[in-house]
Design a protein around this ligand. Structure first.
Ligand code: GAP
Length: 580
């Protein structure tokens, strides 16, 4: 079995995840988290919230997953959120054309998404790439853009089209005017959201890695690019494994291990804010159990950038030999706020108060309508707007006898004396600033999968092969397995009582009295339970139990009194097992 098959098999058997609606043959791109998986996912989200929301002092919102059409017209998703599709005429299967090119062994193309559709079609034709479903040649088939949005209707009829959100971010951007009020119009501020996103992927694959419904944990950090700086001192010495555009394009390109400070000083990472988040996130990935030997930050190639992004670094995890994006760290500039301002006509900026009012010279126009009206008729209104805009952009244009403006595709020459041009002195108490956005966007499902894959271990204990998940205790679905050595002589009752007490102490506990003790340990090992407690005859005599640690399989005798506090300390990393 391959690494991913082993994991998918374990995931189903132990209740992490399974394909949705299997009884009806399943549906591609949809997975249901079982009891263990749902808890693991909750724990991962709690760790994310702790790191990126609570400890950073950001806000969190919860917006609907369905949004009306204007939201996505403005955001650009209706026009630009496409993948390349190619269809097989023989069997009717659809495929991601860029993935076919990337997966073709004789072609060394890492990022076909960055290529134009025609070039991808040419590569498929040239190499006679075959349909993965039926083996027929796809040469000559057209490669087209396919929009990934799921469409629906809001209410009966079709008068109010809506879409399932393809990213949680838009739910934050559309509420910016109100969110800025909650932040008392003080930049910088961050707004987070954890929730479902939907993409009608052409070919979902690799279990949770490419699905059609998935959870994102996104942070939109609104900053004043002229004034706000990240607290770089907190991450200055964190080492980042960086795979920059330059290294990707070099013949012998490699991952560079540099500190956050070096990455900025050497110009590898352009944005200080992105560098800050790469540093902050690295510690968090370690905390949730991502193997740092199977991890890197890769910069997007220019053609790979999303329509809204100015630059982007992906956190990538190595899974079964492939590098998979688990998080995108994008600089979105003011793209989204500008677009929503333009489409809604509302103000998507904050008013930044100066420490003291300042006096500035402001070019103004006050055109003579009794001249413009008779002279230019219906075009007069547009000419006034053009004069106002020109005065602001290029006051020197009003230096001569006449000034030329363009309105409605025509050029007009206007005597300057009829424009009422003047330079006025005005006192200003502040200015409107449209913030720029720094966006760390985490795929929760991909992280759950990564954490499971990187925690998957096999060894031999007591001459028996064992599989275990070396999950950090903070993430493990169950913290403690409680077993009676045998279900007789009062051991079962004592163990049940202890399990109840540990649950009351806030621990996640599983009780198991079925089968040999070794088998019970194996079951908990496979689900990643870090500690098991066995109640035996000694417990009845001296009030101690055996506590066993999952990874080392070491055991220690511990008093039942205060056991909840001990196990909580072990879970929270305040005490090590060795100290017992
Ligand atoms: N708001 C920015 C944004 O959505 P993205 O790179 O398209 O950026 C962010 O998505 C993260 O969401 C990715 O890094 C990935 O972890 C996750 N993701 C995206 N598409 C996915 C899919 N089809 N299945 C599972 N996770 C996905």
């Amino acid at each position: 079995m391959s690494e991913s098959e082993q994991l998918t098999e374990l995931a189903k058997r132990r209740g992490f995840f399974l394909q949705t609606a299997g009884v009806y043959g399943g549906v591609a791109g949809f997975y249901t988290y079982g009891p263990a998986g749902a808890t693991l996912k909750d724990n991962l989200e709690a760790a994310w919230r702790d790191r990126f929301v609570t400890r950073e002092g950001h806000m969190e919102i919860d917006a609907p997953t369905v949004m009306p059409e204007p939201v996505f017209e403005a955001s650009g998703h209706l026009d630009g959120f496409d993948d390349m599709i190619i269809e097989c005429v023989e069997c009717g299967a659809s495929h991601r054309a860029d993935h076919l090119v990337e997966d073709y062994p004789e072609l060394d193309v890492e990022d076909a998404e960055a290529l134009p559709t025609e070039e991808v079609a040419e590569l498929i034709a040239e190499h006679e790439i075959a349909c993965p479903a039926c083996g027929a040649s796809l040469a000559g088939e057209p490669v087209e853009e396919f929009n990934l949005m799921f469409a629906t209707n809001i209410g009966p009829g079709s008068s109010s089209p809506g879409y399932l959100r393809p990213e949680t971010a838009q739910g934050i951007f559309v509420e910016f005017p109100q969110l800025a009020e909650y932040a008392r119009n003080q930049l910088p501020f961050g707004v987070a959201q954890i929730g479902k996103a939907y993409r009608n992927e052409i070919s979902p694959r690799k279990a949770l890695i490419r699905v059609r419904e998935f959870t994102q944990a996104e942070l939109e950090h609104f900053i004043d690019p002229e004034a706000d700086e990240p607290p770089l001192e907190r991450v200055a010495d964190v080492t980042l494994p960086l795979y920059s555009v330059e290294q990707q394009q070099a013949d012998d390109g490699e991952i560079q291990e540099v500190t956050v400070t070096e990455a900025i000083e050497e110009g590898i990472i352009e944005s200080d804010w992105v560098a800050f988040y790469l540093g902050l996130a690295k510690g968090w990935y370690e905390r949730i159990g991502v193997d740092m030997d199977r991890f890197r930050y890769r910069q997007h190639l220019p053609g790979e950038l999303a329509h809204y992004a100015a630059d982007c670094w992906d956190a990538e995890a190595e899974l079964a030999g492939d590098w998979v994006e688990v998080t995108g760290f994008a600089t979105r500039g003011s793209y989204d706020l500008d677009k929503h301002a333009e489409h809604s006509g509302e103000e998507f900026s904050v008013f930044k108060q100066y420490d003291e009012p300042i006096t500035v010279e402001r070019p103004t126009v006050d055109p003579e309508m009794s001249y413009l009206g008779p002279e230019f008729g219906d075009a007069a209104g547009e000419i006034v707007a053009a004069l106002e805009s020109l005065a602001e952009r290029d006051p020197d244009a009003f230096d001569g006898e006449t000034v030329t403006v363009e309105a409605g595709g025509e050029e007009y020459e206007i005597p300057v004396e009829q424009t009422g041009f003047a330079i006025e002195e005005v006192t200003e108490s502040g200015e409107h600033v449209t913030p720029e956005v720094i966006e760390p966007s985490f795929g929760v499902g991909r992280l759950v999968y990564t954490v499971l894959a990187h925690a998957y271990e096999e060894d031999v204990v007591d001459d028996e092969e064992r599989t275990y998940l070396s999950l950090p205790p903070e993430l493990a679905p169950t913290t403690v397995g409680v077993f009676p050595l045998m279900d007789k002589d009062g051991l079962g009752e004592k163990a049940q009582e202890l399990a109840g007490e540990l649950r009351e102490a806030g621990l996640s506990v599983t009780y198991d009295d079925a089968g040999a003790i070794g088998r019970r340990y194996r079951r908990q090992d496979e689900v990643g339970t870090p500690f098991c407690v066995t109640v035996d005859y000694e417990t009845l005599e001296d009030g101690t139990v055996t506590v066993r640690e999952r990874d080392s399989t070491e055991q220690a005798r511990v008093d039942v009194d205060g056991l909840g506090a001990v196990l909580s300390a072990l879970r929270d990393g305040e005490q090590s097992f060795g100290e017992l």
